[in-house]
Design a protein around this ligand. Structure first.
Ligand code: OAD
Length: 266
């Protein structure tokens, strides 16, 4: 049966994690950290569906911004929206949860980081070989020929409330698009295979800050569970897809991940 533990924000609260959880983490041989927008929420990057931390898809219409059809219809609008988001990420810093993942990898050298986030905050915190299931804001490519396109260090500012047109591809002259996966598009098969292989081979699957609503990413916990891994969910709210013997650690990642480290090895 799923067990649930709540973080207590009261100053001085003991917040002792269950010993079974600490022992599972300590003894993991092949751990996976699987993250979503909640991992970057404490860096000030908006989430997609959580009203407490941004809810981008309540404020913006995904059909007008996150599909290939939207880009073809209004490339300036789509390009500008992603450049606005890239600017926010460039101005943000990795938070304590990103840094805790780096420390966890020092304790558990086989740890793999799989993220749905399109920012580079894990890398800037020091994580290596992060699997980006949904691409990256920092790796634009040509819409027509898929050639990689270098981005200016700083995004363009809008002119008269309107962003500039996307740059043209240096190889074929086609429009350059953001390097993220849009609705209706397939994930990079190499990244997806590597993520499924890691989930299928792990003994600890630590899911952090994801609503568990977007597929195929949301299947990764099921794959890990079927192979006998222990699943820990770190999230202020119970996410979708929790089942079986999973453990929910309810609270912000920036509080719970450091507690896990400190108490498991402290
Ligand atoms: P969501 O916005 O759907 O979910 C964010 C989750 O983070 C929610 O469950 C929140 O409760 C949780 N959360 C908020 N603050 C947190 C904190 N401080 N610590 C831990 N958890 C916190 O984001 P994702 O699950 O990442 O796709 O969404 C999946 C995909 O949907 C995204 O990758 C994006 C979007 O459409 C693409 O860009 C292709």
């Amino acid at each position: 049966m799923t067990s649930t533990w709540h973080f207590d924000p009261t100053p001085g609260a003991a917040n002792r994690l269950p010993e079974t959880v600490l022992e599972t983490v300590r003894s993991a041989q092949r751990a996976v950290v699987f993250g979503g927008a909640g991992m970057s929420a404490e860096s000030g990057i908006a989430t997609f569906r959580d009203a407490q931390s941004g809810a981008l898809w309540a404020r913006f219409d995904a059909e007008q911004l996150a599909t290939p059809e939207a880009f073809l219809r209004d490339p300036e609008r789509v390009w500008g929206w992603y450049e606005w988001r890239r600017m926010q990420v460039l101005q943000a810093r990795p938070n304590v949860a990103h840094r805790a993942v780096v420390e966890l990898a020092q304790r558990l050298p086989q740890l793999r980081v799989i993220t749905q986030n399109v920012d580079d905050l894990h890398e800037r915190a020091g994580s290596r070989e992060v699997l980006h299931l949904h691409g990256s804001l920092h790796q634009a490519r040509c819409f027509d020929c898929a050639a990689a396109h270098p981005l200016d260090a700083l995004p363009d500012e809008p002119e008269g409330g309107r962003y500039l047109a996307p740059p043209r591809c240096l190889c074929c002259g086609g429009p350059v698009r953001p390097g993220v996966v849009w609705f209706g598009e397939s994930l990079d098969p190499h990244v997806l295979d590597a993520a499924f292989a890691a989930a299928g081979a792990c003994d600890l699957f630590l899911s952090v800050g994801t609503s568990g609503l977007v597929h195929p990413a949301a299947q990764l916990p099921d794959v890990a569970r079927q192979q006998g891994a222990t699943l820990l969910h770190v999230n202020p709210q119970r996410p979708q897809g929790v089942s079986g013997e999973d453990v929910c650690l309810l609270g912000p990642a920036g509080q719970i991940l450091p507690l896990l480290l400190r108490q498991a090895w402290g």
